[in-house]
Design a protein around this ligand. Structure first.
Ligand code: AMP
Length: 559
C-alpha cells in the first residue's frame, strides 16, 4: 500500500534512508494503535494511567479505546480525518488520543490556550474534521468550537471531554458496542494503515510567522518514545509523572507513549505544582520530567513529599541551576540528567553512567543509533570544530524531512542533504569517544515561556495591526518562574501610547492565545539598529533584562 501523501503536502523520507531505518529496526511496520495493544496484552491488569480522577489498567485503556474508536467512526468521521485537541490533562484526553489513533484519525496537538488566531489557521491548514474540547473550563471552549466551525468547510463534529449540550462526549462514545466487534474494527483500520501514513500533527513553536505543522508518521513516532524510555532505563516498574500539557510532543513522546511502550505507569497531573506533587507523592512516582517552568517549584517544600520515591529526574528546557540539580540528585539513590527534545524530532538525553560533570552541563547524546548531529556555522553547511558553538542540525529516523505544506520554508529549514536546522546554538564535547551536546543559546527569534514557545515575529505583526503602533519588537526578558517572558518595545505611530490593558484588549480582539501576550511594554521614540540597519534585538534583550538585575519592576511599569 502507498502512504497517503495529502496531495503532495507531506514530505517523504528519502527511500534509501527509509530502507536503512526499517532494516535497523528503528522504524516499525505496525501502526501506533497496534503497538499500544501489544503492550496492553503484556501488562493486563497493571495500571497504565493515574490521574486525579482515578486509575485505568492497561486492559481497561485498551478496551475502552477500541470502543471509542468504533464510536468515533460511527459519527461519520473518515480515516485520516484530522481532529483538533484542546483540553487539560484529563483521563478522557488520553482515551480520546488513543481512540483517534485506533480509528485511523489524526490528532492535531493544539493547546487548550489557543484561540481563533491559532485554531482558525491550523484547522484550515490541515482540513480538520472534528474539534475535541474540554467542557467546563473558565473559557468556554465548547462555544468557541461552535464559533470555529461556522463557515468552516471541513469541520463537521464537536467532541467534548465532559458533558455539553448537543456534542458527543468522548467518554460515552462506543459504550454500547460489543468489545469483540470494536477490536475487529480497530484491526480492520490497522490493516488499511501504511507505516508512512501521518499518525499525528504536532505544531512547531520555533519558526518564522505562524506555527508550522509537523507531520509525524506511524513508522517512527511510537519508536521515538520507546527509544527515549530505553535510554532512561525505564521498565514496567517505572511510575512516571508528567505535569505539563500532555497533548504536545514532550507530553506524548516523553510521557504517554514512552510510558506505555515499556509497560510503565503514567501519573498524569496538571501544571499546578501543589496538586501535582501531592498526586505524585500519593502514587509513589519513581521518574519525572521537569520542564524549566517547574524548576522553581522543585525548590518548594511541597516537593519534599515526592522525594522519598523519586529515582530519576530529567530536567529540560533551559540551563539547570546547581541547587535544582542537587535537589534531585544526591549522588546515591537519586539521579538527575537532562534532555533536549523538539516536536520536529531529535531527542538527546543523559544516560545512567554519564559522569555528573556531563549531566550538569550537557543534554547528553542522541537516543537512536542512526541519529546524526552536525554543528554548522549558522547559515552555511560548514561544520565547526568540536567544542565550538554553532547551529545544531540533525537528521535521523524520527526527525522530519519537511514541514507539512510549507515548501518555501522547507527550502531554508533543511540543509541540502536533509539535516534540519534547529535554530538552537550548541557545541559538541567528545568524552570517551561519545559526542555529548551542550545547548548554548538560540538563533531563532522566540521566547520560551515555561516551555510554550512564543514566536516574536508573529506577535510583532499582531501588535502592529493597532493603529497607534508603528513598530513593535518583541524580545525575551528573564523570569524567575517561567524562565522567559515577552517584553515588547514599541514606537508610536500617532504620538499616543497604549496601556497594558489596552494592548491586551487588542490582542484578545484578534483571538491571540494569552501566553503570547507581552508582559511588559516599553515605549521608545525609536528602536536601536545594528550597523546593517536591522533592529538590534541583542541590545533590546539586554535592556529588557536590566531592570530585573536591578530589582523587581513595579507592576505596570513601562506600560
Ligand atoms: P518544542 O518543539 O515545543 O518541544 O520545542 C523545541 C525547542 O525547545 C528546541 O528547539 C529548543 O529551542 C528548546 N529546548 C528543548 N529542550 C531544551 C533544552 N534542554 N535546553 C534548551 N532549550 C531546549
Amino acid at each position: 500500500m502507498t502512504a497517503f501523501d495529502w496531495d503532495g503536502r507531506v514530505v517523504r523520507y528519502p527511500a534509501d534512508r527509509a530502507r536503512r531505518y526499517r532494516e535497523s529496526g528503528e522504524w516499525s511496520d505496525l501502526p501506533i494503535s497496534a503497538r499500544l495493544h501489544e503492550s496492553a496484552l503484556r501488562q493486563g491488569d497493571r495500571p497504565a494511567l493515574i490521574t486525579a480522577e482515578g486509575v485505568l489498567t492497561y486492559r481497561e485503556l485498551d478496551e475502552r479505546t477500541d470502543r471509542i474508536a468504533a464510536g468515533l467512526r460511527s459519527l461519520g468521521l473518515r480515516r485520516l480525518d484530522p481532529v483538533l485537541f484542546q483540553s487539560t490533562n484529563r483521563t478522557a484526553i488520553v482515551l480520546a488520543w488513543y481512540g483517534c489513533l485506533k480509528a485511523g484519525l489524526v490528532p492535531v496537538a493544539t493547546l487548550a490556550q489557543h484561540r481563533m488566531h491559532e485554531i482558525g489557521h491550523i484547522s484550515r491548514k490541515v482540513g480538520a474534521a472534528a474539534h475535541l474540547v474540554e467542557a467546563g473550563l473558565g473559557f468556554d471552549l465548547v462555544a468557541f468550537a461552535r464559533q470555529v466551525a461556522e463557515g468552516h468547510p471541513t469541520l463537521r463534529t464537536v467532541l467534548t471531554v465532559g458533558a455539553a449540550e448537543g456534542t458527543h462526549r468522548i467518554e460515552d462514545l462506543g459504550a454500547g458496542i460489543d468489545p469483540a466487534r470494536a477490536r475487529a474494527f480497530v484491526e480492520s483500520v490497522e490493516a488499511e494503515t501504511d507505516p508512512q501514513d501521518v499518525a499525528v500533527f504536532q505544531l512547531s513553536g520555533g519558526t518564522t510567522g505562524v506555527p508550522k505543522v509537523i507531520p509525524r508518521i506511524h513508522a517512527e513516532y511510537w519508536n521515538n518514545a520507546l527509544l527515549y524510555a530505553q535510554a532512561l532505563g525505564w521498565d514496567a516498574g517505572t511510575r512516571l509523572a508528567h505535569l505539563i500539557p500532555v497533548i504536545h510532543n514532550a507530553g506524548i513522546s516523553c510521557a504517554l507513549h514512552a510510558a506505555h511502550s515499556v509497560g510503565a505507569t503514567l501519573v498524569l497531573a496538571n501544571p499546578d505544582h501543589v496538586a501535582a506533587f501531592a498526586l505524585m507523592a500519593e502514587h509513589g512516582v519513581t521518574d519525572v520530567l521537569i520542564g524549566h517552568g517547574h524548576y522553581q517549584a522543585l525548590r518548594s517544600a511541597e516537593f519534599d513529599a515526592v522525594l522519598p520515591t523519586v529515582r530519576r529526574t530529567v530536567l529540560s528546557g533551559a540551563k539547570v541551576p546547581p541547587d535544582v540539580f542537587r535537589r534531585v540528585d544526591d549522588g546515591e539513590t537519586r539521579w538527575a540528567g537532562q534532555m533536549f527534545g523538539m516536536s520536529e524530532g531529535m531527542f538527546l538525553a543523559s544516560r545512567a553512567g554519564d559522569p555528573e560533570a556531563l549531566r550538569t552541563t550537557t543534554v547528553g547524546t542522541p537516543i537512536a543509533p542512526s541519529d546524526e548531529v552536525r554543528i554548522l556555522e549558522p547559515g552555511t553547511e560548514t561544520e565547526v570544530p568540536d567544542g565550538a558553538v554553532g547551529e545544531l542540525c540533525c537528521r535521523g529516523p524520527y526527525t522530519i524531512p519537511g514541514y507539512f505544506d510549507a515548501p518555501e520554508h522547507n527550502a531554508i529549514a533543511f540543509t541540502s542533504d536533509g539535516f534540519y536546522r534547529t535554530g538552537d546554538l550548541a557545541a559538541v564535547h567528545v568524552v570517551d569517544g561519545r559526542r555529548h551536546v551542550s545547548i548554548e543559546g538560540r538563533i531563532k527569534d522566540l521566547i520560551n515561556r515555561g516551555g510554550e514557545k512564543v514566536n516574536a515575529e508573529e506577535v510583532e505583526v499582531l501588535l502592529m495591526k493597532h493603529p497607534d503602533v508603528a513598530i513593535a519588537s518583541v524580545v525575551a526578558m528573564p523570569d524567575a518562574r517561567l524562565g522567559e517572558k515577552a517584553c515588547a518595545f514599541l514606537v508610536s505611530a500617532t504620538g499616543q501610547t497604549l496601556t497594558m490593558p489596552e494592548v491586551q484588549r487588542h490582542l484578545d480582539g484578534l483571538g491571540v492565545a494569552k501566553f503570547k501576550w507581552p508582559e511588559r511594554l516599553v515605549w521608545v521614540p525609536e528602536l536601536p539598529k545594528t550597523n546593517v540597519g536591522k533592529i538590534d534585538k541583542k541590545r533590546l534583550r539586554a535592556e529588557a533584562a536590566a531592570p530585573l538585575a536591578a530589582g523587581p519592576t513595579p507592576r505596570g511599569a513601562g506600560a
